[in-house]
Design a binder for this molecule. Structure first.
Ligand SMILES: Cc1cc2nc3c(=O)[nH]c(=O)nc-3n(C[C@H](O)[C@H](O)[C@H](O)COP(=O)(O)OP(=O)(O)OC[C@H]3O[C@@H](n4cnc5c(N)ncnc54)[C@H](O)[C@@H]3O)c2cc1C
Length: 617
């Protein structure tokens, strides 16, 4: 059997080293999901479900109403899709509403929204027009405002944030032709000149959203390597680059299957002089900056996914009742009904997860890197399934464009456009495969920190001995606890009818923690190569987090309005479905065809099945 280790190429150790060096290593604040992976439930972080501060909610409500009116009146998503152009009047209107400064603090001229209000706005737009949503989120979730707010000097913030809030568009340029998920091979360079007073930036950036129209671009580039312990360490640095500087060209506007109205392109930098004052955070910290920016920045994607999924539920509900085939509405036929039930339960869980994570971001004392990553993974994957099922339920009309439906005087539900627009969510800001690896790495961090010295061949014997004593002490207490089924959710707990699901989450979190621990012990430094195993464990973590979010939100809603039990019904259904998935996934950790599939894949790559490709044009 071919070893699965060979799935990583020769350059992988360096790539992993560069990414590892860029990780945020400290956990200054508690992490709900981090604890969950360690077999501990932080009840206080989940229940009661965080209620939005009334004043903050009021501000959000007033803004959303204006945004809703403006969108209905001035944004025509189908026209944007057909023409590939976001009209200037729409841009001007969005600027006037303050949409480009939603996340920028009021002291710098922005609206200073909480993450919750920002996500509510993104959800609203995400349900309506994917392209418009991306213009705004590329600008402030990953574009210049976010890294500036996190890492900019006061001088940099004062210089750029007020204009960015007023609609000076920004972009984030990391990806290159050979640099997608793996940043180690970055070719764009920034060479120090004038005794280090400035840098010359040269290279080409690919798929830069907002790039062709951006006036401010955050560019990641290689600066000279440094030598650490006798070894070369590559340095990636982030620069704030102004479009007006000589040497910047937009050489191609990219066209995609969806999101036709976005401006995305290839940017070429030829000896662009960048003053050293425009370095963000510090030399060599660019990749770390990019990863930290994405931690909270990637929350916009799940929020937009929730918007799209809610819209699908609405379309499905109307159509499944209106469309009659074989003697009744299609929603009454079992095959369609089951899809709709699962859709409603999943939309509820997605909404609850994004709401909970946003509230945790707003508390500012919780480490949300795992919650945000799980929300992105869970919502991107599930919204895609929901849109696919909506298309199925709409039948031929799902496949037909809105313009064609309109021309035939039918309801022009834009399912075809939504499908094209949403597919990218499983790819950008971390592909689902990379999100699995990222989440697994972070989830394992508590174990890694304990055993790192033991695995490090450079460590001295006394240090290793101290580390092994510390690890032994920890695991002597921690490990037995993962087998003892203590439940903090008794039968009559605050979660009422959902408390059984909470007990399941607690037991399953112990099982998950044990499985992670056993995997780490069994595979040690090679665990990173067991991608399918790690992916399955992460999927279990995602379902557990979704169950927690759904149960907590349903309990809070029912407490507010006891006569309305429907949230509990949806949370209960979601949990039942998730429990089945979790049981199956845990089982497939030891019973799967991964090795055989992998082996077959290598044969495919070696063209052993060339005959199978015959008979095509
Ligand atoms: C519409 C659009 C907008 C974008 N906007 C921006 C932007 O504003 N700024 C920016 O910098 N970039 C942007 N990107 C780039 C985007 O972030 C990348 O496409 C993404 O990071 C994936 O990189 P890649 O496409 O090169 O895929 P690759 O890294 O080449 O991956 C290809 C496939 O291999 C898998 N894979 C790769 N490595 C591994 C591994 N180690 N283990 C298992 N599987 C692996 C991936 O999951 C994927 O399925 C955009 C892209 C698009 C299409």
């Amino acid at each position: 059997m071919m070893a699965m280790e060979s799935m990583i190429g020769k350059g992988a150790p360096e790539a992993l080293e560069v990414t590892e060096a860029a990780r945020e290593t400290s956990w200054r604040y508690p992490s709900l999901v981090g604890e969950l992976f360690m077999g501990r439930l932080r009840k206080d972080l989940v229940s009661p479900y965080p209620e939005q501060d009334p004043e903050d909610r009021q501000r959000g409500d007033a803004f959303l109403e204006k945004l809703r009116l403006f969108s209905r009146e001035h944004i025509d998503p189908d026209a944007i899709d057909e023409s590939g152009i976001l009209p200037q009047a729409v841009l001007d209107g969005l600027v006037k509403l303050g949409c480009f400064g939603m996340k920028i603090p009021q002291s710098y001229g922005g609206l200073g929204f909480s993450q919750t209000n920002y996500n509510r706005a993104i959800q609203l737009l995400g349900s309506y027009c994917g392209a418009t949503t991306v213009w705004l989120s590329a600008h402030q979730s990953i574009g210049a405002p976010q890294p500036l707010m996190l890492f900019g000097t006061e001088e940099q913030k004062k210089r750029y944030l007020p204009s960015l809030a007023k609609g000076m568009i920004s972009a984030f340029a990391l990806t290159e032709r050979d640099v997608g998920s793996d940043p180690a091979n970055m070719k764009t360079t920034a060479t120090p000149i004038e005794d280090g007073k400035a840098y010359l930036l040269s290279g080409e950036k690919l798929w830069c959203t907002n790039g062709p129209v951006a006036q401010i671009i955050v560019v990641m580039a290689r600066t000279p390597s440094v030598v650490v312990r006798g070894r070369e360490r590559k340095q990636i640095t982030a620069f704030i680059v102004e479009r007006s500087w000589p040497g910047i060209e937009s050489v191609h506007r990219c066209d995609f299957m969806g999101l036709k109205g976005i401006q995305n392109g290839v940017l070429r930098f030829t000896n662009v002089r960048v003053p050293k004052e425009n370095i963000l955070w510090g030399t060599g910290l660019g990749l770390k900056l990019a990863l930290i920016t994405l931690n909270a920045g990637r929350m916009a994607i799940p929020a937009a996914c929730v918007g799209a999924a809610k819209r699908c539920l609405e379309i499905t509900r109307k159509w499944a009742l209106e469309r009659k085939q074989w003697g009744g509405p299609i929603g009454r036929h079992e095959a369609i009904g089951v899809k709709i039930g699962e859709m409603a339960a999943t939309v509820f869980a997605m909404d609850a997860m994004v709401g909970l994570t946003s509230a945790l971001v707003d508390r500012k004392t919780i480490d949300i890197r795992l919650e945000a990553a799980l929300s992105k993974l869970f919502c991107a994957e599930n919204s895609w399934r929901i849109i696919d099922e909506t298309m199925q339920i709409r039948g031929g009309r799902g496949y037909e464009t809105a313009a064609s439906l309109r021309a035939r005087q039918e309801d022009s539900y834009p399912v075809e456009r939504m499908m094209r627009d949403s597919r990218i969510n499983r790819i950008i800001e971390g592909t689902s495969e990379i999100m699995h690896l990222f989440i697994a790495r972070e989830a394992l961090d508590a174990h890694m920190q304990l055993v790192q010295s033991l695995l490090d061949s450079h460590q001295s014997l006394p240090k290793k001995l101290t580390a092994s004593l510390k690890a032994a002490g920890h695991y002597a207490l921690w490990y037995p606890r993962q087998w003892i089924g203590v439940s903090w959710y008794p039968h009559d707990s605050a979660m009422g009818p959902l408390s059984g699901h909470m007990r399941f989450v607690e037991r399953a979190s112990h099982r998950l923690a044990r499985a992670l621990f056993h995997s780490a012990v069994r595979y040690q430094t090679r665990l990173a190569l067991r991608q399918q195993r790690l992916g399955r464990l992460v999927d279990v973590g995602a379902d557990l987090f979704a169950m927690l979010s759904a149960c907590s939100k349903a309990t809070a809603l029912v407490r507010l309005q006891p006569s309305e039990q429907s949230p509990v019904e949806l949370a209960d259904l979601f949990c039942r479905l998730a429990r089945r998935r979790i049981t199956q996934t845990m089982h497939s950790l030891s019973d799967n065809e991964d090795q055989r599939c992998y082996q077959t894949a290598q044969q495919v790559l070696a063209n052993r099945y060339a005959w199978l490709e015959q008979g095509v044009l």
